[in-house]
Design a protein around this ligand. Structure first.
Ligand SMILES: Cc1ncc(COP(=O)(O)O)c(C=O)c1O
Length: 483
């Protein structure tokens, strides 16, 4: 199925394409084609989307049609666009590229790339022993058909116990095991949101959550986080005013900013959501990863008395993304409804992988403690390198999670991502975490790679940042106030 992007939508996504730093006096059509390629490479413009007709885009961008015609020709030649007379032009993946993790595009041969587009750790040493132990356990399940739509009981018990230990009494009937947190989100959206329904999300937010919402054609409003996190009055005020069907929040070490929501706002958020008729989907992906001994507030669902809160989480961040184990915590009837929706999608999660998860969760204190130590050291190395090499960037040191959100010294995030690719660093630029081409002043930097690679990456970024300056910085100076 091909969907279509309209001229005004594409113009919004393209933002300041004509004045991107580092443009080096190339003709307009080359700059336009490069900007479209940038949107494709970082996933803001999906594959197999029909682009607007040349005339429509030219009008939306207020440029000549010949410029758009030449840019589309350039994109066809580089393998990013296919066109058929009378049918239009749609986006495609060039044969020289593949779609990497998190949706960013990458050349087929990218072995030397330092990938800062991914915010996830490699597997812990306990994984292989856990997999062996799981294989030993498997015969206990082989007598049955192996389909467990809500998950195997051992894993549901272990996950429920984790919630209970965090101060939220939970029974295994309230847990449904999924194939990752992203799968959990998709299932919850299928259940809780009719197509086109209104949703509130944070800005910035997790890009793949935006993708899941786009698949439901959600009507999205945003709550902008500041450098100190959520603004309680604004957040609760917009819930009261817009009364969305659903709100999606990441209260623990928010991706990408790293903020932690305070206990009193959690309580007020649940109360206000209930009064507004809004269901809260709470993504707890990073809850196991407080750093520096930061104390955790109670889970959001502690304040829920009306089954308004659906919590989702998983193994990817503290353990390993390749396990593909996540879960939903909701009321028992909601879990049954989710299971009914799930059988139309993938029936159940693999039994063997769930057994691996059980063995890893049994060693949670040891594994998670080592992850926290590792992440704190890598975060500190990244922050030190940024302070030394890019002192004009503003960085709030996160007290947990795996990412920091740097405020750059200009609206250069997309231009920097493109230049960084040339020197072997993959970045997810700020606009990827929002809607409509905003957030160009920001960049997400994960600290999930070894410290030496992070320091090397910052060195390369500092070099290309300097090049951008030489090529086009004056265009970005903010106009001085004329009073
Ligand atoms: C906030 C958030 N939610 C969900 C996910 C997806 O997690 P999973 O690998 O468990 O599907 C991620 C991964 O980066 C994330 O950061």
């Amino acid at each position: 199925m091909t969907s279509q992007v309209r001229g005004v939508q594409l113009a919004r996504l393209l933002g300041q394409w004509h004045a991107l730093p580092g443009r080096r006096r190339s003709p307009d059509y080359v700059a336009l084609a490069a900007a479209v390629r940038g949107l494709l490479a970082d996933g803001r413009l999906p594959l197999a989307v029909r682009l607007p007709a040349e005339r429509e885009l030219a009008e939306a961008l207020r440029i000549s049609r010949t410029t758009v015609t030449a840019a589309y020709r350039e994109l066809r030649e580089s393998g990013h666009l296919a066109s058929r007379r009378g049918a239009g032009s749609w986006t495609m993946l060039p044969g020289t590229h593949r779609v990497a993790s998190t949706g960013l595009w990458t050349p087929l041969d990218d072995r030397d790339m330092i990938d800062l587009g991914v915010a996830a750790l490699s597997a812990p040493p306990q994984l292989v022993p856990a997999a062996r132990a799981a294989a030993e356990d498997l015969p206990r399940y082989l007598g049955g058909a192996g389909y467990h739509p809500t998950g195997i009981i051992e894993l549901r018990e272990a996950v429920a116990q984790g919630y209970t230990e965090r101060g939220l009494p939970t029974s295994p009937e309230q847990i449904m095991v999924t194939s990752g947190t992203q799968h959990a989100l998709d299932l919850v959206l299928r259940l809780a949101l009719s197509p086109g329904g209104p949703v509130l999300v944070e800005s910035p937010t997790y890009p793949n959550a935006l993708a899941a919402l786009a698949a439901r054609r959600a009507r999205i409003t945003t709550h902008g986080l500041s450098d100190t996190g959520w603004d309680a009055d604004l957040l609760l005020g917009s819930l009261r005013q817009t009364r969305p069907k659903l709100a999606y929040v990441i209260p623990e070490f928010h991706n990408p900013t790293g903020h932690l929501m305070a206990a009193d706002l959690r309580e007020r958020l649940v109360g206000t959501a209930h009064a507004a008729g809004t269901d809260l989907v709470v993504d707890e992906s990073f809850v196991d990863l407080p750093l520096d001994g930061t104390p955790l507030p109670p889970p959001v669902a502690v304040f829920d008395r009306h089954s308004r809160v659906i919590s989702i989480g998983g193994m990817s961040k503290p353990y390993w993304g390749g396990l593909r184990i996540g879960w939903v915590r909701a009321s028992a009837p909601q879990v049954q409804r989710l299971a009914a929706a799930r059988v139309g999608v993938d029936m159940a999660s693999p039994v063997l992988d769930q057994l691996v998860a059980v063995h890893l969760l049994a060693q949670a204190p040891t594994i998670v403690a080592a992850r926290r130590t590792q992440l704190a050291a890598q975060r500190d190395a990244l922050v030190d390198a940024l302070t030394e090499r890019l002192p004009d960037w503003r960085v709030t040191v996160p007290r947990g999670g795996v990412t920091l959100w740097a405020e750059l010294d200009g609206p250069i995030s997309s231009a920097l991502a493109r230049a960084a690719e040339e020197v072997g660093v993959r970045l997810a630029p700020g606009p990827r975490f929002g809607l409509d081409g905003t957030l160009e002043r920001f960049l997400r930097l994960p600290f999930t790679l070894p410290a030496a690679e992070l320091v090397e990456a910052v060195g390369r970024l500092a070099a290309v940042r300097y090049d951008l300056d030489r090529a086009g910085r004056p265009q970005w100076r903010e106009p001085s106030v004329i009073a």
